[in-house]
Design a protein around this ligand. Structure first.
Ligand code: GLN
Length: 560
């Protein structure tokens, strides 16, 4: 039976609980354990799929089409395992299941209550991922202790220790130790209060992870240990790191994995962290600057593009390049302003999105990249913007558009799939999750992946309109990957451009820090070439490692 680690947070939100849980996952995996991670979210949306990215950051899509919390992206990147929709549960989804059972009469006339019915459903969600081929399940509870909506989750994880057996469960509480300027001191009082709050729900933490700007002194650790009644070695400090991939090493040095193994009676060898050390060293060596413009519409919140940003960084690590992201509001590049805003860039990324706002700016950026030979990667809506751009300025179809933005356009080069055009209720009609694509031999994407068939995750409703395919291809626009039945265009590129490539999928969900996604890897390679040509230094890429090959697979709308 798997062991369980529950991670809660206190004092403030955004403490990096997800990264702490992910790092622990990596460390336990490095000890030879089979690990899975899960996120319980106390909000009422059934999943984050309907949320505006400004509310909650990016929606992370799993292979099986789950629209999940962005922390699952951290989990996958750190433990290097593909998770599923079961790895995320919200209050909304839990109530939905309980209410459906109530309507079916499953409760046999009983009064349905938070305890035990909601808490039982939460426990069922936890048990669902605790399958036989997993040694440790790490469950992160979203929100902060003290929140009203977190209470059923705390009650459920409290009960879980009794159900699973005392020695099989441990609780980690992540808190903040702030530095108070006028006093010139780090303060543990918020941690004490937070632990008191957790205890009032019946949970005594076994281990406390103290987040702080500067490292904590031994003295303060002793204080936290005394006040919060945890072992001294179970007070673990996570001081700010220069990059997130350092965190597993920092937490290992602090003894996190060793204490968790002791608490759960897991006998393992010391973790083999050699490959992770290699990664962190590579990150530190990634110094050659390369400037990538991200033409987005939610650019005030970097989390809205979290996986895209991480994928760019991963590609940078591969080439020992320091990817500097220029966050560009798509509306700012509409029309002629494009040139001013884009002239300093070594590459452009046009990410996904929904809704009209900013679409013309994405088209302008695509045009600039095409005409000025700037490397450009389009992701989902990015492919659609690049297609409309080529139709308007390459084919002269000046009224070309996506029917998402102009339903009566004369040239619907991006449109709903034929069998969806009459659907009036669009809820649940998105193409979600992993789909295979067949790549054209000799194309840039086939070269990048190094594989003829690839699988990528999707989250969209509109597609390249194949009725226009012949016209496009005659003008040099290459549809370089399609669905196996050839109905859907999955990848596009230009033959006579260094790198003007796009995919209808979201490859950013599959990039890993030590295995960058091929499309991002090749974008940064092209960006470095572009940069060196511009500055007249044609030095080879220093220390680049060999391509790691393809990433093959292991399937409601966001408001504007
Ligand atoms: N809005 C577009 C569609 O639904 C693109 C979606 C996306 O970029 N994820 O097809």
């Amino acid at each position: 039976m798997p062991k369980h680690v529950f991670v809660t947070g206190g004092v403030v939100s955004s403490l990096g609980k997800g990264l702490t849980a992910s790092s622990l996952g990596r460390l336990l995996k490095a000890r030879g354990l089979r690990v899975t991670l899960q996120k319980l979210d106390p909000y009422i949306n059934v999943d984050p799929g309907t949320m505006n990215p400004y509310e909650h950051g990016e929606v992370f899509v799993t292979d099986d089409g789950g629209e999940t919390d962005l922390d699952l992206g951290h989990y996958e990147r750190f433990i290097d395992e593909n998770l599923s929709r079961n790895s995320n549960a919200t209050t909304g989804s839990i109530y939905q299941a309980v209410l459906a059972a109530e309507r079916r009469g499953d409760y046999l006339g009983k009064t349905v209550q938070v305890i035990p019915h909601i808490t039982d459903e939460i426990k069922r969600r936890i048990s669902r991922v605790a399958i036989d081929d997993v040694d440790v399940v790490i469950t992160e509870v979203g929100g902060t202790v003290g929140d009203i909506e977190i209470l059923p989750f705390l009650e459920a994880i409290r009960q879980y220790r009794n159900d699973a057996g005392r020695g099989n469960v441990c609780y980690i509480h992540v808190t903040l130790v702030p530095f108070i300027g006028p006093a010139g001191e780090q303060k543990t009082k918020p941690t004490q209060h937070s632990v008191t709050e957790l205890r009032s729900r019946g949970i005594q933490p076994d281990l406390i992870v103290c987040r702080s700007e500067q490292p904590l002194s031994e003295e303060l650790k002793v204080k936290v240990s005394n006040m919060c009644d945890v072992d001294e070695r179970a007070v673990v400090n996570a001081a700010d790191a220069s990059n997130i991939y350092e965190l597993p090493l920092i937490l290992h040095d602090e003894g996190l994995d060793a204490v968790v193994c002791d608490l759960l009676d897991l006998e393992t060898p010391e973790p083999d962290l050699s490959s992770w050390l290699g990664l962190v060293q590579r990150v530190e060596e990634s110094v050659e600057p390369v400037r990538v413009g991200l033409i987005g519409k939610y650019v005030q919140l970097a989390d809205a593009y979290l996986s895209v940003v991480e994928s760019l960084k991963h590609a940078g690590f591969h080439h020992r390049a320091d990817v500097v992201i220029d966050w560009i509001q798509a509306e700012d590049v509409e029309g002629l302003l494009a040139v001013d805003r884009l002239s300093e860039l070594d590459a452009i990324v046009i990410p996904g999105g929904f809704g009209t706002r900013g679409f013309e700016g994405k088209i302008a950026a695509a045009r600039y990249a095409r005409e000025e030979q700037v490397p450009c990667l389009g992701l989902c809506l990015g492919l659609q913007a690049m297609t409309v751009e080529f139709a308007r300025h390459g084919l002269g179809l000046v009224e070309a558009n996506s029917t998402e933005f102009d339903p009566t356009t004369r040239h619907p080069v991006i449109d709903l799939m034929v069998d969806q055009r009459d659907v009036t209720d669009l809820g649940g009609t998105m193409r979600l999750g992993a789909y295979y694509a067949v790549l054209s031999p000799g194309s840039k994407v086939a070269e990048a992946y190094g594989e003829p068939v690839v699988s990528e995750r999707h989250r969209h409703r509109y597609e390249f309109n194949s009725a226009y395919r012949k016209r496009f291809e005659e003008a040099g626009f290459v549809c370089s990957g399609t669905s196996p039945d050839q109905r859907l265009v999955e990848f596009i590129e230009l033959a006579d451009h260094p790198y003007w490539v796009a995919t209808q999928a979201h490859p950013e969900f599959k990039s890993r820090p030590d295995r960058p996604h091929p499309l991002f890897r090749e974008l940064i390679a092209a960006a470095l070439r572009h940069r060196r040509t511009r500055s007249g230094t044609a030095s080879p890429v220093r220390g680049a490692v060999e391509p790691s090959g393809a990433q093959t697979l292991g399937a409601v709308e966001t408001v504007d």
